[in-house]
Each structure stands twice: as C-alpha cells, then as structure tokens.
Design a binder for this molecule. Structure first.
Ligand SMILES: Cc1cc2nc3c(=O)[nH]c(=O)nc-3n(C[C@H](O)[C@H](O)[C@H](O)COP(=O)(O)OP(=O)(O)OC[C@H]3O[C@@H](n4cnc5c(N)ncnc54)[C@H](O)[C@@H]3O)c2cc1C
Length: 376
C-alpha cells in the first residue's frame, strides 16, 4: 500500500526504494521476517545500520549538524514506510532514538563529540537503565544509589527489565543522588560503561522463550562525574525529554506491511478476511493521526506521544492475535506441511508482543497522561 504523496516526494521515495532494493540482502530480509521481537539482535541490526550509515541514513531523525541526513518530517515518514515495505530489520532504538537526542540537548560539547559518532557507527550499543524492582510506573521511586567519591560516583543497587543489556557496552541510567525533598528532585542521569568493575548482568527469559531482558546489578561501581548528563539532581527533566522520543512514533508503516503479508496468506475464512479488512481501516486512521502529529497539528507532543503509543501497540497486539488465528486456520485446513514453520514465528511473536503495552510506560499510565493533559 503506497502512501499518497505530493509529486516532490515521489522522486525521494523512488531513490529510497532503489537504495533498499540494491542494498538489503535476502539474509537481512529473512532475519527480519523471522524476528519474534521488535528488538532485533545486534548481529542482524548492526550490519544493516552500517550499510545505512555509509549512505548517511542511519539516523533519519538527527539534524544534519550531528550527522543526520537533514530530512524534513515527511521524508522521514516516507523513509520509515519504505523500510517497512522492503522488510528491513529495525535498528536498536536505545542509542539512535533515545539517548542521542538527549545528548544533543543536554550534553556538553565534549559529550556530543565523543558519543554521537559512536552511536551512529554502531561502535557503541546502548541499553536503558530506568526501571528497578520497586520502580516501574512509579519511576521516581528508584533507589539505585550514586554517592560522590572524589571525581566519581559509587553506584549500588539494581536495574531490571533491561533490554539487550547482555549486548550493550553502554547504559544510560537514572540514579539517586539525593534523598532530600521530592523523589523526582534527587535523580541524576548517567552515561556508563557496561564493562565497569562491579556490574553483573543476569538474564531474564520471557514467556516467548527468548532472552532479550536482563537484571543488572551494581556493586560499588565507579562512574566519573564527568559522565553525568545535565546537572546533578536534574535527571528527571532529562528522562522526561527522552521518554517523548521513546514513545512517539511511526507504528503504522510496519503494521500496514504486516497486515498486507497476512492478507497474502489467503485464508479463505470470510470472518478472518473481514477482520483483516477492519484492521486495514484502523491502520489507515492511525497513519492519518501519525501524519497529523508529524505536522504538529491539533495536539501537544506529549499527548501525541502517549496516544500513538497506545493506539500503535494495541493495533500491533490485535494483528498478532489475528496472525495466530490465520496461521492456525491454515494449519488446520491445509495439509501441505508448510504452515507449522510460520506458526514457529507467529506464536513467539504474539507472546513477545504482549509486553508492548507495558514497556515504554504502560498503556494505563499513557491514558492517565492524556487525561491529565486534556482534562487538567
Ligand atoms: C519487554 C520489556 C522491555 C523493557 N525494557 C526496559 C528497558 O530496556 N529499560 C528499562 O528501564 N525498563 C524496561 N522495561 C520496564 C518497563 O518500563 C516497565 O515494565 C513499565 O514501566 C511498568 O512497570 P512495572 O513493570 O514495574 O509495572 P507496575 O508499575 O508495577 O504496574 C503493574 C500494573 O499496574 C498498572 N498501574 C501501575 N500504576 C498505575 C496507575 N497509577 N494508574 C493505573 N494503572 C497503574 C500498570 O499499568 C500495570 O498494568 C521493559 C519492560 C518490558 C515488559
């Protein structure tokens, strides 16, 4: 399904399409098609990131001064839609989309010069250390303690649900530097080296049977104060800025592509076919809303970030259920022996995506944020 585009964007779309056609290998496409999570392992995502980086397209959202392509919003949307259509692997968001914008905004010139090129090239692979066993939705309750000692902080405590911590060489973390006043007022934002002495990463295996989550333990870990982003005890402002990037988004292009692939499975059951059509309508509406958000029409960035997160993740979960039902139906009525291979991806993907309405701030919390902003 092509986006209706003004003529000036058609040549841009064709340029992107030709590049993807020439550079996206069948191995990369195959690995992306068989991925059971939106978080694709770095042995797949990093080679693709390097190819994009050589063309200057690894970070579509970055301003040109930091190494982005300098595209406007609509070009970025077209690029995302074409990548989804071509079946390109997702790039890990923790570096490119989450910590990079806050380094641009809050970083010193030295921090920007050091970290940003390493994020772009994939030399550094980041994980996000926000949640703790006692702090998820209530993030301000976090306890991982950072105590000053000379030019360093000494960290003790633990982070949990840390996606890809077992691959990452860097973590951006919220730590407690003060217990005075409101909990939000005693938090700082650190950029730390995962190879530091005293850090232990323990796997958490998910319902889908994969290993993408971890618990990370800190035992007298030294982190230079120079690795703090923003002022001491002002980490909450940095985190709030970051979370709008984590939530916002372009869900529709990937989902439209998935739905089209489901349609092509040609399940003959009329009820299933009608449900595919109905999802196509909701995705068209979602896409219209994403385009509106992109143009800054009709609502604040915070409302859009939360609303699109709710609508995008819930549509994704409905499509996962539909995919299981369609593959199950085909497995049941077809005797060609092919369908179990599809189910081997569809079912773990469905299980994995149960988490999409929890991570990046649960959807209940997002509804609360929208209500507060709209109703006061
Ligand atoms: C797959 C996955 C990957 C993740 N990756 C990361 C990561 O890389 N880094 C990281 O820091 N964290 C990560 N997280 C953690 C994630 O941010 C938290 O799970 C999330 O914020 C919810 O916190 P919690 O799990 O402590 O649940 P809780 O906060 O205990 O919530 C439990 C339930 O209660 C509801 N609830 C809680 N408070 C309210 C309220 N005030 N009003 C209404 N309902 C409420 C929630 O919506 C939820 O349904 C990940 C989580 C998952 C599942």
């Amino acid at each position: 399904m092509d986006l209706p585009l003004p003529t000036e964007l058609i040549s841009f779309r064709n340029e992107v399409r030709a590049f993807l056609e020439a550079n996206l290998t069948s191995e990369l496409r195959g690995a992306a098609a068989n991925a059971t999570s939106v978080f694709i392992d770095p042995d797949v995502s990093l080679p693709w990131q390097r190819v994009l980086n050589q063309r200057g397209w690894a970070a579509p959202d970055w301003p040109a001064e930091f190494g982005g392509p300098g595209w406007n919003e609509m070009q970025r949307y077209v690029f995302a839609a074409e990548c989804a259509r071509a079946g390109a692997p997702n790039l890990a968001p923790m570096g490119l989309k989450m910590v990079a914008p806050v380094i641009m905004h809050y970083g010193t010139p030295e921090q920007r010069a050091y970290y940003l090129p390493r994020i772009l090239s994939g030399e550094d692979y980041w994980c996000q250390g926000f949640s703790e066993p006692g702090a998820g939705s209530d993030l301000a309750a976090l306890q991982l303690r950072a105590v000053r000692d000379g030019d360093d902080y000494i960290l003790n405590g633990s982070k949990i649900w840390t996606t890809h911590a077992h691959f990452a060489n860097r973590m951006f973390a919220l730590v407690r530097t003060s217990t005075e006043g409101k909990p939000q007022a005693g938090i700082s934002f650190l950029l730390l080296d995962m190879g530091g002495a005293g850090i232990t990463v323990e796997p958490i295996h998910t319902l889908a049977g994969d290993h993408e989550l971890n618990q990370v333990f800190f035992d007298d870990v030294r982190v230079p104060q120079a690795n703090r982003l923003g002022a001491e005890n002002d980490g909450w402002s940095v985190a709030k800025h970051l979370l709008t990037f984590e939530r916002g988004g372009k869900y529709a292009p990937g989902l439209i592509d998935r739905l089209e692939r489901l349609r092509m499975r040609n399940a003959v059951d009329p009820v299933l076919r009608a449900r595919v059509d109905r999802e196509a309508v909701t995705l068209t509406a979602l896409q219209a809303l994403e385009l509106k958000a992109m143009r800054g029409e009709g609502g604040s960035t915070t409302i859009y970030a939360s609303a699109l997160k709710i609508l995008g993740t819930e549509a994704a979960q409905r499509i996962d259920i539909l995919a299981c039902e369609i593959d199950g139906y085909i497995a049941w009525v077809d005797a060609d022996g092919q369908t179990p291979a599809d189910l081997a991806v569809t079912v773990p993907r469905y299980l994995n995506a149960r988490a999409a309405s929890i991570y990046a701030g649960s959807n209940e919390i997002q509804r609360d944020l929208v209500a507060r902003e709209l109703l006061g």
